[in-house]
Design a protein around this ligand. Structure first.
Ligand code: ADP
Ligand code: MG
Length: 243
């Protein structure tokens, strides 16, 4: 991923459930090679936004473009598997019946030897090549998380969508895995949209934060700008949880 790095552009997305606008006119640009964090309290519409970008949920109105090319509006829709988007969710578990290597190779196409090379490369990069023939249950939670990251990045997705990927992890492990994940995402040059409800995580990982509340983006900017100049009292209170 070099000069073809994509810019993901979301315009005026709206999603209504049972008459309630859970995503209410959201516009967002994810710059090439950047980690953009969609940050906000539980229930504010983050996952719904991500699901529409992934293509597993359909917006009521609004458009999604990559590099100026339409990937989805209300009549036209490129299916999820053809969007070149990598997904990593907290509960997006590894396949228990497949070896670690087969998990990482699951989404790969091409000749067997090439697929094997890419699997080994990715496992090596997360420091787990020695587990290639083991099964997921033989690994710790943190190790499974790293395998899931290797699996998501193996097909070289143009955009990575991550929904609270670290929330199932032990506190002691989390900081280290966040840092390792960020390093790998940067190495791969991925454009990332990371959803989190934890200000600390956004501060640690984001190039840019989009603060979301009740279905709307209420503030955008570099982490320290948002931290130092929160848009309103509710944002101050939200950030005051950082210790
Ligand atoms: P977040 O990820 O920020 O916690 P979600 O996007 O999961 O928030 O949910 C936003 C709101 O939409 C919540 O009130 C949730 O209950 C509601 N919601 C999400 N998915 C559905 C669904 N499939 N049907 C009905 N309501 C939903
Ligand atoms: Mg969510």
């Amino acid at each position: 991923m070099t000069k073809a790095d994509p810019r993901l552009e979301i315009r005026n997305l709206v999603k209504t459930f049972a008459g309630k606008r859970v995503v209410d006119d959201v516009s967002l640009t994810i710059e090439p090679g950047h980690v953009t964090c969609l940050l906000g309290p539980s229930g504010c519409g983050k996952s719904t936004t991500l699901r529409m970008i992934a293509g597993v949920d359909m917006q009521d109105t609004g458009t999604i473009q990559m590099d100026g090319r339409l990937i989805c509006d209300t009549v036209f829709r490129i299916p999820p598997e053809r969007r070149s988007i990598g997904l990593m969710f907290q509960d997006f578990a590894l396949f228990p019946h497949l070896s670690v290597g087969d998990n990482v190779g699951f989404g790969l196409k091409g000749a067997k030897a090439d697929r094997r090379r890419r699997v080994e490369e990715m496992l090596d990069r997360v420091g787990l090549l020695h587990y290639v023939d083991e099964f997921p249950h033989q690994l710790s939670g943190g190790e499974q998380q790293r395998v899931a990251l290797a699996r998501a990045l193996a097909p070289q997705p143009r955009v990575m969508l991550m929904d609270e990927p670290f929330s199932g992890l032990d506190n002691r492990l989390r900081d280290g895995i966040r840092d390792d994940t960020l390093a790998l995402l940067k190495e791969e040059g991925a454009s990332v949209l990371l959803v989190t409800h934890e200000p600390e995580e956004a501060m640690r990982m984001a190039d840019e934060i989009a603060l979301m509340r009740k279905g709307k983006i209420v503030q955008r900017g570099a982490p320290y700008n948002i931290y130092n100049a929160p848009v309103d009292k509710a944002a101050v209170a939200f950030f005051s949880d950082i210790n």
